[in-house]
Design a protein around this ligand. Structure first.
Ligand code: 5GP
Length: 217
């Protein structure tokens, strides 16, 4: 990270493909203020309904590699061994400096890189209820063929093995409950005393003033 003062918190959410992370992230962004979603850059092609600048910034491999050279990414990874994905350093740093929290939806490799660079980042991992359930969800969503589903399941097994590096775990067997849990994590982090020091000091000053010079009437 740069030398800019960091006032906001960086939240990172990771999950195996199909565990429900995107819908959890959307629910979170709709229900809490002061949280900005970091739109990643990727070299994969847009899927039906995806928009440049909304789901991702869709760029070429040459453009992506030029951005790597410029140090434009806080982290980047080659996900599913096929496409580059990266988080804009400038976006994250400017939001955090403004005191706005930032949410990253990134894979486990990227999350481990963020953890090294931003040790205060809050890492949240979303588990599917079971292997069978994940397989079923990937089939039902109809985005990938059988081979791709098998590949995603194998990668899911590797990703799940890293869950111990995350401070918070959500087991997504019920979307409503998982949404509540995710929101609770963000709100609880915001209530940490180190994040409330300025406000606490302001209030504590008013007590000091009043008790040091009591009114005569
Ligand atoms: P999809 O192609 O299905 O949108 O995303 C594939 C995976 O890439 C997901 O696990 C998603 O979280 C991850 N991903 C998206 N953006 C980034 C990024 O900027 N960095 C990293 N490391 N992973 C990302």
């Amino acid at each position: 990270m740069s030398s800019k003062p960091v006032k906001g918190t960086l939240f990172v959410i990771s999950a195996p493909s199909g565990a429900g992370k995107t819908s959890l992230a959307e629910g979170l962004l709709a229900s809490v203020d002061g949280l900005a979603f970091s739109v990643s850059h990727t070299t994969r092609r847009p899927r039906k309904g995806e928009l440049h600048g909304r789901e991702y910034f869709f760029i070429s491999v040459d453009e992506f590699e030029a951005m790597i050279e410029q140090g434009a990414f806080l982290e980047y990874a080659c996900v599913y061994e096929s496409h580059y994905y990266g988080t804009s350093r400038a976006f994250v740093e400017s939001k955090l400096a403004e005191g706005i929290d930032v949410l990253l939806d990134i894979d486990v490799q990227g999350a481990m890189e963020v953890r090294r660079k931003v040790p205060k980042a809050v890492l949240i991992f979303v588990f599917p209820p079971s292997f069978q359930e994940l397989k079923e969800r990937l089939r039902k969503r109809g985005l990938d063929g059988d081979d791709e589903i098998e590949r995603r399941l194998a990668i899911a097994a590797q990703e799940i093995a890293d869950y111990r590096h995350y401070q918070y775990l959500i087991i997504n067997d019920d979307l409503g409950k998982s949404r509540d849990e995710l929101k609770s994590i963000v709100l609880a982090v915001r209530c940490q005393s180190k994040r409330r020091r300025q406000a606490a000091q302001r209030i504590s000053d008013t007590f000091e003033r009043e008790t040091a010079a009591p009114q005569s009437d």
